[in-house]
Design a protein around this ligand. Structure first.
Ligand SMILES: [Mn+2]
Length: 253
């Protein structure tokens, strides 16, 4: 139960932190983070296959969610004492604030969209420009699961440090430190309907969990975000988002 965990994020090994900001994607104040916490608390942290408990070795805090995008980066920085973060969005733009704060050199993004516009609705920082802004900050970006992109985005991608890969190619990523960003719309809408821009013919939860496990096995994962959960109440989407986090905790030991 993350509700039972210690409340001081500076004392934790892993911090699950809500970043429920939806400023550029037009979704109005959903209770997605609360739904996530509720669904997460209903899952057992004990993995009977490995006989390990996700919460035994690592203390998980549940600090106050950060809703304000402008202060997100500085608040994450002030909290950071070498612990690992699992951020729960919020629209995908919150990944940019997290990456600005943690400064990873390599990023793996799971997303149905390229999010590679230079500007969207007049904004440089938006859920639809986030991968482009991330690519300007880091050395390498691996983008997996994309099935919706424009010609403009495709030409810009080809000139960038972003490599478009399939889910099965996650195993080919060169080993090293890695930050992982998951836009839940990479999943098929039948697995996660509550996202702001669903795209048909996505991957399954099993595909995503397998890819996540592979990434954890081959790399030193320094942080992860799970974005675009937009549900108002607990259900399929928050359950699968929680399942991803639990499987990630089991995979990273
Ligand atoms: Mn996205």
């Amino acid at each position: 139960m993350i509700d039972n965990a210690i409340k001081n994020p500076k004392q934790a090994d892993i911090v699950i932190l809500g970043l429920p900001y939806y400023g550029t994607c037009g979704v109005s104040a959903p209770h997605a983070y609360k739904s996530f916490v509720k669904s997460f608390n209903s899952l057992s942290s004990f993995n009977f296959k490995t006989k390990e408990d996700a919460f035994d070795k690592y203390v998980i805090a549940n600090p106050k969610p950060i809703k304000n995008y402008q202060t997100m980066e500085s608040k994450i920085k002030s909290m950071y004492k070498g612990q690992q973060f699992i951020f729960i969005g919020g629209e995908h733009l919150v990944a940019l604030a997290a990456i600005k704060a943690l400064k990873p050199k390599r990023v793996l993004i799971f997303d149905a969209h390229a999010d590679f516009f230079d500007k969207y609705s007049g904004k440089k920082e938006s859920y639809a420009t986030v991968t482009r802004r991330i690519s300007e900050l880091v050395d390498e970006v691996y983008l997996a699961g994309v099935r919706d992109l424009t010609e403009e985005e495709y030409s810009a991608l080809k000139k960038s440090n972003v490599e478009l890969i399939s889910i099965s190619e996650v195993q080919k990523i060169p080993k090293g430190d890695l930050y992982i960003s998951i836009d839940l719309d990479v999943l098929d809408p039948s697995h996660c309907p509550d996202v702001s821009t669903p795209v048909p013919l996505g991957i399954t939860m099993q595909d995503l969990v397998n890819a996540l496990k592979t990434a954890c096995l081959n790399n030193n994962v320094i942080g992860i975000d799970i974005c675009e959960l937009t549900c108002d109440r607990p259900g399929l989407s928050s359950t699968n988002a929680s399942g991803l986090v639990m499987n990630y905790l089991w995979a990273r030991r």
